[in-house]
Ligand binder design. Structure first.
Ligand code: TRP
Length: 362
């Protein structure tokens, strides 16, 4: 059997560099590797509603933003099905049955859910739907019989929970579902890109993001005001690399070719780091270099976005076609699950014939 990818994002805002290095860039590489039989990329609107139930307009408006971000980074609808979660009703149906296989205490132990409950100040008033979203995420993955889930590190507990549900389902009802593997970025710094303010995570709610759709000028301004080393006051002072966001970003984005092009006094990042820690290298110079590096990465993304922005109805057509393709696959899995769970009454002629026989008194 071929390898299948499923992954996705919540449509609660535009996608940023953290999403890009953590997952999007990898998805495009995997897509173009030709190693995958099928690829499904999902806009998780139903999951977004689990903590935005009172703000449906936000979710609705961000569908197109995420779709444009997907297309602009190079996800290609001819190779990857881009679709919207809520339009595949099988996903909610599966979730209902998976709920029987998970305990409340297991959900309470999920580290991602724990952290998010704190972040949103839910504490005592957690919506049931939000609490159960790891189960719904298991449906998203298993409905497509995904073997591979490329996501950021924060999603690890979700994939683990999915694997448990699959094992449990297969043990109780017979071998039906596929256990997926997580695929994390190889480069350690890409797993959790810090925000421009140096905080551990780039996140919309912290206001420390560089968005894929930011204009050139905005990216430059954000880079120039980035957090570096607060002890590096004079250029001649020795600088520190630990927690220095500019260097973390260079770690994630720069390549030796960038040095040849924009900063030929240095061969590579190590030489730049050495000079910085020795002292005598100013933050401005490093930031200007980072700006060049990021602009080079973002320019083609921005250009592609502008093209797709000219045809919004076309983008919705892509999503609709993606939904149709996704539904077709999910409905086969759903039928297999129903057969395994013995709730396929009208499809099972044996059942009807046997009960008929029984009642004929044979
Ligand atoms: N939880 C993911 C996020 O917050 C989105 C998501 C929903 C997802 N279902 C998924 C990711 C299935 C991978 C696989 O970004």
């Amino acid at each position: 059997m071929g390898k299948i990818i499923l992954t996705g994002d919540r449509p609660t805002g535009k996608l940023h560099l953290g999403h890009y290095v953590g997952s999007l860039k990898r998805r495009v590489e995997l897509q173009n590797s030709g190693e995958y039989e099928k690829i499904f990329i999902m806009i998780a609107d139903a999951q977004a509603l689990t903590d935005n139930a009172d703000n449906p307009e936000k979710v609705r408006q961000n569908i197109i933003e995420v779709a444009l971000d997907y297309l602009s980074v190079g996800l290609d609808p001819a190779k990857s099905h881009l679709f919207i979660q809520s339009q595949i009703t099988e996903l909610t149906e599966m979730t209902f049955y998976f709920m029987n296989l998970v305990t409340v205490s297991r959900l309470q132990r999920n580290p991602t859910v724990k952290a998010e409950i704190q972040l949103r100040n839910f504490e005592a008033s957690i919506p049931v739907g939000f609490f159960c979203y790891p189960i719904s995420q298991a449906s998203d993955i298993t409905a497509f019989r995904a073997t591979t889930v490329p996501v950021g590190e924060d999603q690890e507990p979700m994939i683990e929970q999915t694997r448990e549900i699959v094992r449990k389902f297969n043990a109780v009802y017979g071998e039906t579902l596929v256990e997926p593997e997580i695929l994390l970025p190889d480069n350690e710094v890409c797993r959790r890109l810090p925000g421009t303010d140096g905080k551990a995570k780039m996140s919309k709610s912290l206001g420390n993001c560089i968005y894929l759709s930011d204009p050139e000028k905005v990216v430059r301004e954000k880079v120039m005001s980035m957090y570096t080393d607060p002890l590096h006051i004079k250029v001649s002072d020795p600088g520190h690399l630990e927690g220095n966001t500019v260097f973390t970003y260079l770690e994630a984005f720069s390549r030796p070719e960038h040095f040849a092009e924009y900063l030929p006094e240095y061969q590579n990042l190590q030489e730049l780091k050495d000079h910085y820690t020795r002292g005598g290298l100013g933050d401005m110079k490093v930031k200007k270099f980072l700006n060049h590096v990021l602009q080079e990465e973002l320019a083609p993304i921005r250009a592609r976005r502008h093209e797709f922005e000219k045809d919004i109805p076309g983008v919705y057509r892509i999503l609709k076609e993606g939904c149709d393709a996704a539904r077709e696959v999910a409905s086969v899995t759903m039928a297999d699950m129903k057969r395994a769970m013995k709730i396929d009454y009208f499809e099972d002629e044996n059942l009807i014939a046997e009960q008929a026989k029984q009642y004929m008194g044979e």
